[in-house]
Design a protein around this ligand. Structure first.
Ligand SMILES: C[S@@+](CC[C@H](N)C(=O)[O-])C[C@H]1O[C@@H](n2cnc3c(N)ncnc32)[C@H](O)[C@@H]1O
Length: 421
């Protein structure tokens, strides 16, 4: 299989294996609400944090969402996005390896990225997750108006690369049907089976079984058309007509179409790969959400809108599933997971763990009504625990480090009741 090469690749392939397991040290003063909610916020480098989570959570995470620095070269206030290329790849590769180990067999990972790195990232992910586990490249319309000072094209989309741990097992949930979609169903002929919509009865290519003439109730005749065929053989078409499943228009003389009853179709919508800002929000919406929470001066520069993360969690999780975001930023994934009744682990290296994530989650627990709150009927509740990275668990000889007192180990072992699974 083709692989990507960069300066430090040989070393970077060893990084995850060589990273130390560290103690995760709880700081109860920074936690909030119900400590037994199963939600964790960790401040520290996600390389060490992910490694340290492995003994407890390997194979248990249903959905990973990450939004790593895009390596765009812009100077951001809250973190250094100006990693040169090899450094960016060195950051991503070992973390992807650890994230894969944390994923459940029926889990999936969703990675936000822009044009600059998306194709490099795809090759790395193909190597780590397996090309056969690549699900889709979602295109998110992050901006809705052109940037008039753009030198080349005005870039208004991001990519979200989606991989399943095991594609043959993983399936997305359907999306709730929108009112707009339901409104497309009507009942022109008062069919007792209820509302329906009609679809084309022809398809491309002149297959022989679908070449016959259809006569409408009004006496007009139709052939499927140039280089097309009726999708059903004549016998099946006659059965459908007898069952009043063919629609010839109100006049009874239109080209026939197939009636599809609302009660017969799936209870939700199959997700598309093009996500419009009207459905899942845009960058300005995300900024507005942050400004509402923190005020304009303390705002975080690169948040994602809550509706975008909601869409991902709708597709990839059910209530109580475990969600992980190891580039938590202002805490959007944790806030959305919390409001949607999912459990979560969020990891953030920067001070925004304290300046943004903690206060945001406290507000969520107290019942804030911004973002997706109203659409999910959020009323508050729950809680989270806060951790930082402590001493390495093992010394260079593989023995439990002498600095670690038994109490700390015991506390670590008892903090996650699920660990024995
Ligand atoms: C693009 S932002 C994520 C924004 C987030 N999706 C939101 O909605 O707020 C990327 C975040 O990853 C964090 N980060 C970068 N390197 C990290 C590392 N090694 N460990 C943990 N967090 C890291 C940065 O501090 C930054 O806050």
């Amino acid at each position: 299989m083709p692989t990507l090469h960069w300066l430090s690749r040989a070393d970077d392939l060893k990084t995850a294996g060589q990273t130390e397991y560290k103690l995760l040290v709880e700081n109860p003063a920074f936690g909030y609400g119900d400590k037994d909610s199963g939600n964790f916020l960790i401040q520290g480098d996600n390389l060490a944090a992910l490694k340290s989570l492995l003994p407890f959570y390997a194979g248990q995470v249903k959905c990973v969402y990450i939004d790593p620095p895009y390596n765009t070269g812009s100077a951001f206030e809250h973190y250094d996005d100006n990693l040169e290329h090899a450094k960016w790849l060195a950051l991503i590769y070992p973390r992807m390896e650890l994230l894969r180990e944390l994923l459940a067999e029926d889990g999936s990972i969703w990675i936000s990225i822009d044009d600059d790195e998306s194709h490099y990232l795809k090759i790395i992910c193909d190597e780590i997750f397996g090309r056969n586990n690549f699900v889709n490249n979602v295109i998110w319309e992050k901006k809705f108006s052109p940037q008039n000072d753009a030198k080349w094209l005005s870039d208004n989309h991001d990519h979200i690369l989606v991989y399943a741990k095991t594609k043959e097992i993983w399936r997305p949930n359907l999306l709730p049907r929108t009112e707009e979609m339901a409104a497309r169903y009507t009942n022109w002929d008062n069919d007792p089976r209820g509302v329906w919509s009609s679809s084309d009865l022809t398809a491309q290519d002149p297959f022989e079984y679908g070449q016959y003439e259809i006569t409408t109730p009004g006496g007009k005749t139709y052939l499927p058309g140039n280089n097309r065929h009726w999708i059903y053989a004549k016998e099946k078409f006659m059965q459908l007509q007898k069952d009043n499943r063919i629609w010839f228009g109100e006049s009874g003389n239109n080209k026939p179409r197939l009636k599809k009853f609302l009660y017969e179709i799936q209870s939700g919508m199959v997700p598309l790969t093009l996500w419009k800002h009207t459905e899942v929000g845009h960058n300005q919406e995300a900024k507005k959400e942050i400004n509402t929470l923190f005020g304009v001066t303390s705002a975080f520069d690169t948040p994602k809108p809550e509706r975008l993360i909601q869409r991902i969690l709708q597709l990839a999780t059910k209530e109580n599933d475990l969600v992980l975001d190891s580039f938590l930023g202002s805490g959007t994934t944790a806030a959305v997971a919390h409001k949607m009744g999912r459990k979560y682990i969020g990891i953030e290296i920067g001070e925004q763990a304290k300046t943004h994530c903690i206060p945001r989650l406290k507000k969520v627990i107290d019942g804030e009504q911004g973002g997706i709150s109203r659409s999910v009927g959020w009323q508050g509740g729950g809680g989270f625990r806060f951790f930082t990275l402590g001493a390495p668990v093992f010394d260079e000889n593989g023995r439990i480090h002498t600095d670690i007192i038994f109490d700390q180990l015991a506390a670590r072992l008892s903090q996650n009741p699920d660990r024995r699974r």
